[in-house]
Structures are given as C-alpha cells and as structure tokens.
Write a protein that binds this ligand. Structure first.
Ligand SMILES: Cc1ncc(COP(=O)(O)O)c(C=O)c1O
Length: 256
C-alpha cells in the first residue's frame, strides 16, 4: 500500500516535470565535463573560481593527508580538533575580518546547528521567503516561532518584528540568493536587527570567494557588528567542502 502511494507520488511529480534525477559526472569539475557519457560545457556547478580541480589545492590536500592522516577519530569536542582545524579557523576568521570561527562539515550542518542553538521555544526567527532550504530546516528544528517575510521586503520584516512578543529574535537571510543571484539588503537588515534587538544570521554560501574581492558579502557591504553571525560554505567558490561560522567573541544580545 505504502509503495503504491510512493509510486503515485513519484508519477505525480513526473507529470509536473518536478521529479529530479541524478546524472553521472565522469570528469572532475572543470569547464568541459562529461555527463552520462556526453561532453558538455559546464554552467551548472557552483565552482565559481575553478578551484575544485586546481593543482595547488590537490597538492595541499595530498600534503595534508600525508601529515594528518585520513580520519578524524572523534568529534571536535572529544579529540578530533586537529591543529590544522585550529589554524584553518583562525585563517578563515582573519580572511573575512572577524574575530572567531567554527568549522563545520557542511553548510547544511552549520545552518541547523547554529540556528537551533541560538533560538528555541518562545523565541522567534524571521526568514526571507527565498532562503535556502537548509536555513528553513534550521528554523523549524529550533522550535522558535518561524515567520517568513516577503523576499527582500524590509517593510514586511519590520511589521513582523514590531508585532513579535518573543524576547530572543534572529533574522536569517542568504546574502546572495542561490536561485536568482540577487543580493540581500544587508545594511537595512542590520539596522532592523539593531532597532528590534535581534541577531542577523547571514548565509554567504554564494558571496564568499566572490564578493568583497573574495572576502565575502559583509566585507563587500562594509558591515561589522556584534549582532552579525556569518556562515559561508567551502564547497562552492572555495572549491572544497565544509563550512564555517564567524561572529564577534562578544556576539551580542541584550538579554544575556
Ligand atoms: C545558500 C546556501 N546555503 C547553504 C547551502 C548548503 O551548503 P552545503 O552544500 O555545504 O551543505 C547551500 C548549498 O547549496 C546554499 O546554496
């Protein structure tokens, strides 16, 4: 019965041309790729700087494997936080002109972990309607009241912030929207965060390595504030995998 229901659901998706299939990539990421046996020019990857298959990165990874081995052995909190991780966190913090950083295995993991750690029941999160799905999952997982505002609409966000009874508030946005490529009005969002005593969580998966001469969207916009929490993925312009989260050491909220 259940498998019939699943087949019907898949057929319905197919009817709407929304059933997604994976294609097999037979080359590294590069301008000319082979997919399912056919040659193509690649316009579909997020390897914005062509680093995913760069000889310097491959050599660095090979050296790293020889020096540090393959597995982590345990989580960072137990005994898996290597000197190389520590160095990478410090270098990433300097690179985006922040004070402290935390590495994650993926942007998805970072969005879930950070949002669900900062807000919970009785708090409120405000999310742009076009945010990446991982931000939405983080908001749902947090159990905070989850409100979505119209895309890049500061007036709508202000109305929602004005009417919230929640003590702890977090605004979550993509800095560069992954599907449309437009940018969030970060300066206006930070002003609202200051007025309504909220954090501003910025997912810069598509701005890091590209905007602000590579240093990301906050550097590009000239913004720095204890209210800002910055997340960037390393699997797009940086050409590798993983993510990092940055904030000031005195990351601010008046209710502490
Ligand atoms: C805006 C945005 N945030 C987060 C992610 C998730 O990053 P990761 O693939 O490292 O889990 C993506 C990936 O597509 C993204 O586009």
């Amino acid at each position: 019965m259940q498998s019939e229901q699943l087949s019907a659901a898949l057929l319905a998706l197919e009817g709407e041309h929304r059933r997604r299939q994976r294609h097999v990539l037979e080359t590294p990421q590069q301008p000319e790729v082979v997919v399912d046996g056919k040659p193509y020019l690649a316009f579909a990857s997020n390897d914005y700087l062509g680093l995913a298959n760069h000889p310097a990165l491959i050599a660095a990874a090979q050296q790293g494997l020889a020096r540090w081995g393959l597995g982590g052995g345990s989580s960072h909190l137990v005994s898996g936080h290597f000197a190389a991780h520590e160095e990478a966190e410090q270098a990433l913090a300097r690179f985006v002109r922040c004070e402290a950083a935390l590495l994650f295995g993926s942007g998805y993991a970072a969005n879930l972990a950070v949002i669900a750690s900062l807000v919970g029941r009785g708090d409120a999160v405000f999310a742009d309607r076009l945010n990446h799905a991982s931000l939405n999952d983080g908001c749902v997982l947090s159990r905070a009241t989850f409100k979505r505002f119209r895309h890049n609409d500061l007036t709508h966000l202000r109305q929602l912030l004005e009417s919230t009874p929640a003590r702890r508030r977090l605004i979550a946005v993509d800095a560069v929207y992954s599907m449309d490529g437009d940018e969030a009005p970060l300066k206006g969002l930070l002003e609202l965060a200051e007025t309504y005593d909220a954090w501003l969580y910025v997912d810069d998966a598509h701005g890091f390595g590209v905007l602000g001469e590579g240093h990301g969207s906050l550097v590009d916009a000239g913004l720095s504030s204890p209210r800002l929490i910055y997340m960037a993925t390393l699997g797009k312009a940086a050409g590798v995998a993983g993510a990092f989260v940055e904030a000031k050491r005195n990351c601010w909220w008046s209710g502490w």
